[in-house]
Design a protein around this ligand. Structure first.
Ligand code: TMP
Length: 236
């Protein structure tokens, strides 16, 4: 599949137009950023791992009835995805307190939440992706009430499916971030990626962090953590 014009370059991926009306090509980079791009680096081999891990998890979700953008993985770092307009909201689901939730509410990292927590952030780098609630989303017309209901329903279902799946691999799903897209037909589908860049994965026996927090917090063994995740998920 021939890459035509590059439509968009994000912090971790590039999106290309291809010779097909209903699809784009996504290319996964090794570049890593944190704190809204303030911290920059490279995680060797990350692009190839995230591409494969994300596609693996999305095809499993698809089988369980969650519509996703995945069409076909065409190389180590390249995937053909359905053309969507991204809903400009980051959808975060949390099972255990960590990161910004721990900071904001004074809950020690590792505190189990009594029920999963759903959060939304407005995707706007110049504003630093501020947290918003349903009222902000409707008032700013970022999504309709029906779309938001669908997004919340999918987010909780995805949490259940991923938590169960990862448990068997001795991985605890602490929290994760999703993005959804609108197809030209108006359908809401899961887009972007699900990877160690966008999830917190802790080893359920040792508590070791197996995700991008190793890069964000300078914990070392960053590449090894990404490799450990693909090994547990895909046996490679
Ligand atoms: P947070 O605790 O920093 O708010 O992060 C919550 C989850 O969202 C965590 O799994 C990491 C993920 N995340 C992203 O995927 N992109 C981001 O820009 C941020 C801030 C977090």
């Amino acid at each position: 599949m021939q890459k035509l014009e590059m439509l968009y370059e994000g912090k971790a991926k590039r999106v290309y137009k291809i010779d097909r009306e209903d699809a784009y090509l996504v290319y996964y980079k090794d570049d890593a950023t944190a704190f809204n791009g303030e911290k920059k680096g490279v995680i060797e081999g990350k692009g190839a791992i995230n591409n494969r891990v994300s596609n693996h998890l999305m095809s499993m979700l698809e089988e369980k009835g969650i519509p996703t953008h995945l069409i076909e993985e065409i190389s180590d770092r390249e995937t053909i995805v359905r053309k969507v307009t991204i809903v400009p909201i980051e959808v975060i689901v949390r099972n255990i307190a960590a990161g910004s939730l721990s900071k904001r509410l004074g809950l020690p990292e590792g505190t189990r939440l009594k029920m999963p927590v759903l959060e939304y952030c407005y995707k706007d780098d110049t504003l630093g992706d501020p947290m918003v609630n349903e009222y902000h989303i409707l008032a700013m017309d970022l999504a309709t009430k029906e779309e938001l209901a669908k997004i919340a329903e999918y987010a909780f279902r995805i949490n259940g499916i991923l938590t169960e799946y990862l448990k068997d691999l001795n991985i605890e799903l602490i929290d994760f971030k999703l993005e959804f897209g609108r197809t030209p037909g108006g359908e809401i589908i899961l887009a972007d990626e699900i990877s160690p860049d966008t999830c917190r994965f802790w080893d359920s026996v040792t508590g070791e962090k197996l995700d991008k927090d190793r890069f964000r917090r300078d914990l070392g063994s960053v590449e090894e953590a990404y490799q450990e995740i693909i090994k547990r998920l895909m046996g490679v």
